[in-house]
Design a protein around this ligand. Structure first.
Ligand code: C5P
Length: 220
């Protein structure tokens, strides 16, 4: 089974205030995007890597990925789903792992679990339980939400490539924030595997500080 990693890195968002999209920010000596690419490219079951970048980010991406064997570099779209669609149009093979570049650390054990599950299924996603108390937001604290009925869904997410392409071709809902939503919408079953706290998406300065600490702890 040929597996392609499709890493979406076309976001323009930066909550850090300097305009640099978060996937290009340095983290322990290389960019967040380079971490995400290296983590997936190092897995023995992943045969090729495709990175989707934003229009005008070509120079940033070339610098961030210098020296890496990225099979294809594709320009994405306005929404995350547009970027995934652009990537899907450019890749071939049996299976795809769609991953957010903003999640720099992907333990190989998560990829192992996803690909084992994909042996029998069309789709598999990593999930974690919700630990915090949850409530409806508002001016005041709203009704509590039963957290036992909720899970957190991470990336990478694994799919049979033809099924994901088929599911996207039939999707007519609002722009989805992940592919499990699209595949479920097409009526496919999605297998759940254990996620990992290391897969946390980086958004705020505090997330970056935590990621730096994680890297330092790994090196000492
Ligand atoms: O904005 P958010 O953190 O949800 O983005 C998740 C991932 O999707 C990021 O890696 C981001 O670069 C990517 N993205 C994209 N194209 C967009 C918007 C986001 O590839 N138009």
């Amino acid at each position: 089974m040929h597996v392609t990693a499709l890493i979406v890195a076309a976001g323009s968002g930066s909550r850090m205030g300097d305009g640099l999209p978060k996937q290009y920010r340095p983290l322990g000596g290389k960019s967040v995007l380079a971490h995400a690419v290296d983590a997936l490219a190092a897995h023995p079951r992943i045969g090729s890597v495709c990175v989707v970048i934003g229009k005008g980010q070509e120079q940033l991406a070339e610098t961030a990925l210098s020296g890496r064997d990225v099979g294809s570099l594709i320009v994405g779209g306005a929404e995350r789903a547009d970027s995934v669609r652009a990537g899907l149009a450019a890749i071939q093979g049996d299976a795809v792992l769609v991953h957010d570049a903003a999640r720099p650390f992907c333990p190989p054990s998560v990829v192992d679990r996803l690909l084992i599950a994909l042996g029998d299924e069309v789709a598999a996603v990593p999930t974690l339980p919700v630990a915090d108390t949850l409530a409806i937001a508002g001016a005041d604290l709203g009704e509590p939400v039963d957290r036992s009925s909720l899970i957190r869904v991470q990336t990478p997410q694994a799919f049979r490539l033809p099924s994901l392409i088929d599911a996207y071709s039939r999707w007519s809902g609002p722009s989805p924030t992940d592919e499990s939503t699209v595949v479920r919408g097409a009526g496919f079953k999605v297998a759940l595997v254990d996620g990992d706290p290391a897969l946390e998406k980086l958004t705020t300065a505090a997330d970056f500080a935590r990621a730096e600490q994680m890297l330092t702890a790994r090196l000492t």
